[in-house]
Design a protein around this ligand. Structure first.
Ligand code: SF4
Ligand code: SF4
Length: 372
């Protein structure tokens, strides 16, 4: 049963070192997860500096029959410079994970920036070939860009089995950069299965503004903030798996409790989520409405609204996840980094919210630039 997946990208660690995984605790988490009837494990080449794949081998594959578990791994576009890299990385991943095939294999992080690499090295041709040889059972990709690009990739590769998307209730209603709702609709249009990542937005939907939390508690005092976020995702049609990147045994126990008696959101609950999104929006750091009036007036092609949106997300995060830097770099490469602002002021007159854009871009530079 795979509608709730164990993402191994934020595992418990024993020290400040991201690669110093607490394997004993991971064993306990795996045992709880399997006891509850689930079996989908998602890893990636770069997670925990490669040690997440080792955790798959040590904590899952060596301890459970291979045929009882589903292992998902990803081809890291950001590591590829030449064709031979692909086969070498794939073989390394098989070895690290201790398997001779992957149940699910994804092209990792399709974006405008990495799409040329993907096309040039024919990465989809590679995964297709592995599927034909039985080394991969199902092929897909994880997408971190616009719905338009998603549509293009799915049109070019109509045989992919699934797509992995960043979906959560805040990005669904509120995020023009991530385009969760639009991407989901494109996936449905192409009739591919959806796997959800970032259901609690990297932990950002765990601790909410007081007023937002009160809305949830007034309706159901026993339901945690996390349960609202996970139920939102599980309520969507066509979703075969919602991943949770759990970092402790208690989180695993809490999540399993949430999914055990899962009931889809009713209309009243959906309305409450709408209201909570409104409240979260009011607490954002830069009150940009992402109208884009400013953007076409910037002679330096700085994607101003995208940067402000990422900045707001990052400021409301308990901890800034590497994903923010990846998105920042993607937008900076496509347009220009925030530090390219020359203070010409051309954008300021256009701003519907009367923001001091050049000054705010300096805050963006401080928070997000040159960090990854
Ligand atoms: S002030 Fe900066 S962001 Fe605004 S238009 Fe000029 S270069 Fe672009
Ligand atoms: S004009 Fe102002 S409100 Fe609109 S996107 Fe630009 S910065 Fe945001």
């Amino acid at each position: 049963m795979m509608d709730f997946g164990f993402g191994l990208m934020r595992l418990p660690i024993k020290s400040e070192d991201y690669a110093d995984i607490d394997y004993e605790q991971v064993n306990d988490m795996v045992d709880k997860y399997i006891e509850a009837g689930y079996n989908y494990f998602d890893t990636g080449y770069g997670y925990h500096e490669g040690k997440s794949e080792i955790a798959i081998r040590e904590c899952v594959i060596k301890r459970y029959p291979r045929e009882d578990v589903l292992i998902a791994d990803k081809l890291p576009l950001y590591e590829l410079t030449k064709e031979s890299d692909i086969e070498a990385i794939f073989n390394e991943q098989l070895e690290r994970c201790g398997v001779d095939y992957f149940d699910y294999y994804l092209v990792h992080n399709t974006t405008d920036v990495f799409k040329p690499v993907c096309d040039y090295l024919d990465c989809f041709g590679f995964v297709r070939d592995k599927k034909e040889k039985g080394l991969v059972k199902k092929i897909g990709f994880s997408h971190h860009d616009s719905a338009e690009l998603l549509d293009e990739i799915l049109t070019e590769n109509p045989d992919v089995d699934f797509v992995q998307l960043q979906i959560n209730y805040l990005d669904w209603y509120n995020n023009e950069s991530i385009q969760a709702k639009e991407c989901y609709e494109v996936a449905r249009k192409h009739d591919v299965d959806v796997i959800i990542m970032e259901a609690v937005k990297g932990g950002n939907l765990v601790n909410l503004p007081e007023e937002a939390e009160k809305k949830f508690k007034d309706y159901n005092p026993d339901a945690s903030n996390v349960s609202w976020a996970i139920r939102f995702c599980l309520s969507l049609d066509g979703v075969i798996c919602t991943l949770s990147g759990m970092s402790a045994l208690e989180q695993m126990e809490e999540n399993l409790e949430i999914v055990k008696d899962f009931k889809p959101l009713n209309d009243e609950e959906k309305t409450i989520i709408d209201e909570v999104v409104e409240i979260i929006n009011q607490s954002i750091a830069i009150p940009c409405t992402y109208c884009n009036y400013c953007v076409e007036h910037c002679p330096n092609d700085i994607p101003i609204s995208k940067f402000f949106e990422l900045y707001n997300d990052a400021k409301s995060a308990i901890e800034i996840q590497p994903l923010y830097y990846i998105y920042y770099n993607n937008y900076a490469e496509r347009g220009a980094p925030a530090s390219d602002c020359s203070f010409c002021g051309d954008c300021v007159d256009q701003c519907t919210q009367h923001l001091d854009i050049p000054e705010l871009l300096e805050d963006v530079v401080d928070l997000l630039e040159g960090k990854f």
